[in-house]
Design a protein around this ligand. Structure first.
Ligand code: GLU
Length: 323
């Protein structure tokens, strides 16, 4: 796709379960930040995490987001020039990217198991999300013999130097990816693309200029920036927004009650109460009131998004239902 002069954003649910209140808030903010600038929205289904994908969750995610009042210009239901919009139908693009990364000696086959990495003699230190890969297989160079098919993943070599970027919500970010994250897998042992690779290949191919998502993906952004550099493509702008958590501060889960959007929808909740709650809890408006997505556009200001996570409790659910 040609570089675009208008902003292009995406809504990219993973159909590994139902979409919940926290997902709704991030999608509303992502949608508003693009639509306010008259940009385009792409809907993409991120279903490469095959063991955890629930077939019903694809349709449900589209129904939930449409119910909230969000719309998109391209997606599995409406088609468009950068399709297909379902990652499992885009595997040829990911295979092609691996070939390019191999030619650059940016990836190596890694036979290590999770256990091997944890047990490595060099006592791997913990990164934000798991142990840092100790580099056991990294001596391989393109042209060396390959391990048996199915016994290895492709792992990406990250730079051992300080990297930084400015996040549109979370501000200045910096990290040495080799020290803090380590080389990371870009495929599974089955050969399927891993999330990090698929998301970058797709965002490049679809001309995405702006990525807004939950701040649990901030560390992944440093991995993705490494991939953009290797693929010689300028990265999009990134905005990482705070998460919605249960009253105990933990990630939203079943123990916190039913926060599925489909549940609110079935129980007769007004979508405007979720839009209003999202805008208010994110710091965009001062009072929680009913708000339509088009009203959200008239008040939206990314600079106002507050940095603290939001806790939701039974009172929040009750008010959402009865507004
Ligand atoms: N599919 C991912 C999720 O639902 C989002 C990935 C991204 O925004 O980069 O968590």
């Amino acid at each position: 796709m040609e570089p675009s002069s208008i902003p292009i954003g995406r809504l990219a649910p993973s159909p590994t379960g139902a979409q919940h209140l926290g997902n709704a808030r991030s999608y509303l903010l992502a949608w508003a930040s693009i639509r306010q600038r008259n940009g385009g929205i792409i809907f993409r289904i991120e279903d490469i995490d095959s063991p955890r994908v629930k077939p019903w969750a694809v349709r449900q995610a589209m129904d939930d987001l449409a119910w909230l009042g969000l719309n998109w210009d391209e997606g599995p239901d409406v088609g468009g020039p950068s399709g297909p919009y379902i990652q499992t139908q885009r595997c040829a693009l990911y295979t092609n990217a691996i070939s390019r990364l191999r030619a650059l000696n940016q990836v190596y086959p890694c036979v290590c198991t999770r256990r091997d990495i944890e047990d490595a003699a060099s006592a791997p230190h913990e990164s934000i999300d798991g142990p840092v890969y100790p580099g056991t297989c990294s001596m391989w160079n393109e042209g060396d013999p390959l391990p048996e098919i199915g016994s290895f993943c492709w792992r990406f070599r990250v730079r051992d130097s300080h990297q930084s970027f400015t996040d549109d919500v979370s501000g200045a970010q910096s990290m040495n990816p080799a020290r803090s994250l380590g080389d990371f897998p870009v495929t599974r042992k089955s050969g399927e693309a891993a999330y990090q690779l698929a998301v970058v290949v797709d965002d490049i191919a679809m001309g995405v200029t702006d990525v807004l998502r939950g701040n649990d993906l901030l560390p992944s952004t440093f991995r993705q920036l490494e991939l953009y550099r290797a693929m010689k493509h300028p990265p999009p702008r990134f905005a990482h927004v705070p998460l919605v958590r249960g009253a105990d501060g933990r990630r939203l889960a079943k123990r916190h009650g039913d926060t599925r959007l489909s549940y609110f929808r079935e129980q007769g909740c007004k979508p405007e109460s979720i839009v209003g709650w999202s805008a208010w809890s994110a710091g965009i408006i001062d009072r929680w009131e009913l708000l339509s997505p088009s009203e959200l556009l008239s008040v939206f200001d990314l600079q106002k998004v507050r940095l603290a996570d939001t806790l939701v409790d039974q009172d929040t659910y009750l008010r959402l239902m009865t507004m």
